[in-house]
Design a protein. Structure first.
Length: 306
C-alpha cells in the first residue's frame, strides 16, 4: 500500500506542476470561455466539469490554468486510489500496485484526464467509484454482500451521468454483469439496488429538465453525432494502433481499456478463484463494464478516422 500511495502522490505532484506551467488547450479554453454561470446542464455535456471549473474560479477569484485545473487534478488522485482499492480487493495488493503504476504512466489517464479541464476526468473517477461500490454491494470476492452499498453505487452512477453521457454505456455493461451473476440476480430481489437506481435517476433528472426547457439541445447535439453510422470492421485497427498513443481519443474506448487493465492481472498468474466456477465469473465482472463502448465506437463509429 505504501508503494502505491507513493506512486499516486508522485503522479499527483507531476500533474500539479504540469497544470501550473502549461497553458490551456483548445478544448479547455472553450470550456472556460463558454461557462459563465452555474446551470443544470450545458450544450455540450452535463454539468459536472463545468461546475468544477466554475467553482474553482469563484473560490479563488481567478481563471489561471492551475486554478481551473485544480479540481480535475485532485480528482485524478481519487481515481488512482479507487483503482487501487478495486484491484486490491479482487486481485491482491501486488496487482493493485501495477494497475496504479500503469494508470499513472498512461498519457491519456494521467495527463489528459488527470489535469485538463475535460469531462473525462470526473467521468472516470465516478465510474471507478461505481465499480468499487458494486463490488462491495455484491460482496466480491469474499461472498458477503453489503446491500447498502447499492445506494453508493446509485450515487456515483448519477455523478457519472452528470459528467458525460457516455457513462450510460459503461453502466449498461455493469448492469449486464450483475444480471449474469447468480448472486447479483438474487440481490435484485431486494429493494436496495432499485433505491440506488432511483437515486441515480434523481441526480440526472435536472439534466433532462434542462434539455426539455432548451428544445433538447444537448441530447440532440450528442445524438446527432451518430448520424450516418456505418459498419467499419477495420476501424478498431486504426483506433487501437494510432489513437491509443495520443492524448485525445474518445472516452468510452479508454474506459474499456481501463477495465481490461483491471482484468489482465487475473489471467497472468491465476489469482485465487480466477477461473474456478461461479466465483471466477464474478471476478470477470469488470470486463462487462467495458463491453459496450468498443463495438459502438470502433465498429460502428460515426466519425471517419482522422
Amino acid at each position: 500500500m505504501k508503494s502505491a500511495l507513493l506512486v499516486v502522490l508522485t503522479a499527483l505532484l507531476f500533474r500539479l506542476i504540469l497544470a501550473a506551467f502549461s497553458g490551456l488547450g483548445i478544448d479547455e479554453s472553450y470550456m472556460v470561455a463558454a461557462s459563465s454561470h452555474f446551470a443544470a446542464s450545458y450544450f455540450d455535456h452535463p454539468l459536472a466539469s463545468w461546475w468544477l471549473e466554475l467553482g474553482a474560479r469563484h473560490l479563488f477569484g481567478s481563471a489561471a490554468p492551475i486554478v481551473v485545473r485544480l479540481p480535475f487534478v485532485l480528482l485524478s488522485g481519487v481515481a488512482s486510489w479507487l483503482l487501487y482499492l478495486v484491484t486490491a480487493r479482487l486481485y491482491g495488493v501486488k496487482a493493485a500496485f501495477w494497475a496504479v503504476l500503469a494508470y499513472s504512466l498512461s498519457p491519456v489517464f494521467s495527463l489528459a484526464f488527470g489535469s485538463w479541464v475535460l469531462p473525462d476526468g470526473p467521468l472516470n473517477t465516478a465510474l471507478l467509484a461505481v465499480l468499487y461500490a458494486l463490488i462491495r454491494a455484491l460482496g466480491l470476492p469474499e461472498g458477503k454482500p453489503a446491500p447498502r452499498w447499492w445506494l453508493a453505487a446509485g450515487l456515483f452512477a448519477g455523478l457519472a451521468m452528470l459528467s458525460k453521457y457516455s457513462a450510460a454505456l459503461v453502466l449498461v455493461g455493469a448492469a449486464l454483469g450483475v444480471l449474469l451473476d447468480k448472486v447479483g440476480r438474487r440481490e435484485l430481489a431486494r429493494p436496495w439496488p432499485w433505491l440506488g437506481v432511483v437515486l441515480a435517476l434523481a441526480l440526472f433528472a435536472p439534466v433532462v429538465v434542462w434539455n426539455a426547457q432548451h428544445h433538447w439541445a444537448s441530447f440532440g447535439y450528442q445524438g446527432g453525432r451518430a448520424e450516418g453510422v456505418r459498419i467499419r470492421p477495420l476501424m478498431p485497427l486504426s483506433i487501437w494502433a494510432g489513437r491509443r498513443c495520443s492524448c485525445c481519443p474518445g472516452s468510452g474506448r479508454r474506459w474499456s481499456g481501463c477495465s481490461f487493465v483491471l482484468f489482465w492481472p487475473v489471467r497472468r498468474r491465476g489469482s485465487p478463484g480466477c477461473w474456478a466456477g461461479r466465483r471466477s465469473f464474478r471476478c470477470c465482472y469488470l470486463p462487462w463494464s467495458g463491453f459496450g463502448p468498443p463495438p459502438i465506437f470502433c465498429f460502428t463509429g460515426p466519425h471517419p478516422a482522422i
